[in-house]
Design a binder for this molecule. Sequence first.
Ligand code: ADP
Ligand code: MG
Length: 702
Amino acid sequence: MSQQYLDTAITYLKGVGPKRADVLNKELGVFKFGDLLSVYPFRYVDRTKFYKIKDIRSDLPYIQLKGKIVSVETLGKVRQKRLVALFKDDTGMVELVWFRGISWIRSGLKPNVQYVVFGRPNIYKGRVNIPHPEMDLVNEKSKTTASALQAVYPSTEKLTAKGLNSRGIGLLIRELMSGMPGAYPEPLSDEILKMANLCSKKEALINIHFPKSTILLNKSQYRLKFEELFFIQLRLLMLRDSKKRNIKGFPFLKVGDLFNQFYKDVLPFELTGAQKRVMKEIREDIGSGRQMNRLLQGDVGSGKTLVALMSMLIALDNNYQACMMAPTEILANQHYQTIKQFVDTLGINVALLTGSTKAAKRRELHESLESGEIHILLGTHALIEDRVKFNNLGMVIIDEQHRFGVAQRARLWKKSENNPPHILIMTATPIPRTLAMTLYGDLDLSVIDELPPGRKEIKTIHRYDSSRLKVFGFMKEQIKKGRQIYVVYPLIQESEKLDYKDLMDGYESIAREFPIPEYQISILHGKMKPDAKEFEMQRFATGKAHIMVATNVIEVGVDVANATVMVLESAERFGLSQLHQLRGRVGRGADQSYCILMTSNELSGNGKLRMETMVRTNDGFEIADVDMKLRGPGDLEGTQQSGTLELKIADIVRDGQIIQYARELATKTLEVDPLLKTPANNRMAAHLAELNKHQKDWSQIS
Ligand code: ADP
Ligand code: MG
């Protein structure tokens, strides 16, 4: 019966009605009573604490004052119109300002009685004021605030216009909770509650909205965060397990001639320990008769491509085709060159398919792909077009996964008629472990955490624009030593025109400083035709050009071992993970490499921290951690599309430990009861089913 109450349309809550219901729907996604209960406060204010007016600063959060109104006047005309009340305590005066509902508010303000004012200081023309404060008469205050800690709810202008500011929302929640018939449904099992030492849902809800004490509030927050993360983990693990149970994969039992011959005769170096370990994990997967769904993480230059190639060779050994998809044409090209070279002597037929493959060639390619003549197909998105049909595709490698949408991955999935191919997703953007657990919790994870031997650590240096001449001098020295240099300009979509101009200006100034014929410069940016790009790329790759001036199009994959200097212009405009990716373009050969971060002389705190982090460490995982802390997970590449991160209360950055714990308990639960069929897990099964109803698009990943 209480569930029925929680499922009631919000419009029927006392104090709501159709108009407010409409804004609640649109602004907060609240449709039912239950939805409103999980609009959680984003902060709390201690309402036992009063500020003195003389202590107010504009950078304070919400504060509370006690005093009297001494005057009220309406100022300005039309759009400038505002109501200003002078408010006084025994230490000074401050202006309270309203821009909306002026006449209504004015009629309610009483002079010379004690008010408690609650609001957020603001600065306007050098003077502090408090816009749209909440006003309580001192003797009324005890009625509206039951506890010392008062919840602050997210509100918007549209909600406020309907009287639903933070306080309005709080009142509705109080109304809802006081009308609750019977007990609150408890989604967690008794066992989990006990194991994790959690308070009941009821207690958690009461204290999250109307905390009786800080301790109870903390306990409630913990309980609700755990619940949220626990169900995410349950769902991910069940998804992963059901794939394992239900989706058969081609059993690649043979590690045959091609693989062995490659390993013995072609491979020019010893695999790193990490590469060996990952190969073993992959072989176990693909030999098991189940479909592989694996995410391979490894820093730039850690040797993922080789792992990909060897995995493809196993597919070939078992008479299947393999393909590998890259996010850009340049990168696809590069893979093609590398892999062709490696397998040249093995009699393997490798082909390349990209957007710029000519129609005639394309037709021919389609045919030999369908007949099975082509063994390995490399390419870009062009590879997943419906017209592209394989004879028997057994292995799909997706490089730099974060550039591929979920839907695109799903299309690849369908490229094989009987069983889905094995899938290996590779990413060079290290993802903090806890985030990976949530984003890719349904995939198995392999990590290459070791660089090939003999690499010298890249030296990273931060220089201000004012020392540009010195940097040019350094570049000349390096060129004299026979090395090559990248100079990279940011290209950020919103400011594309400006950036493009920066690039051209930069190119000109470098061309002046490094004149032909002594120096050769190639240039690469997104607006160039594929042919021209290829030409410039080749000029650099073959060593004809000393300097490559480029936008971040070279971000992924380009591999020129002789390039030892990476100059990043306006480095403060790049995000950390991007800086790290770009830096990884050098340091590929045996020579000492350098990354020079050029910034303007004025840096924000955040910008400084990014530069310091880059200078301090080359560890991609450490950088990813700092990046996530600075930006929050919502902005990290690849996370926007996930939907997993629309969390109501948990915070994926700060609650890493709870994530791990939730995953642990979810794993334990499923070990005993994989489908949540036992009576003890009834409630959890029902709750999960309820959650799944609202997450239809969830399971399609990979
Ligand atoms: P990633 O794709 O992870 O960025 P690559 O596969 O492109 O890295 O490898 C970077 C470079 O290191 C390549 O030139 C590759 O030939 C070389 N390499 C890979 N594995 C090893 C190894 N075990 N020992 C020495 N060099 C290696
Ligand atoms: Mg790579």
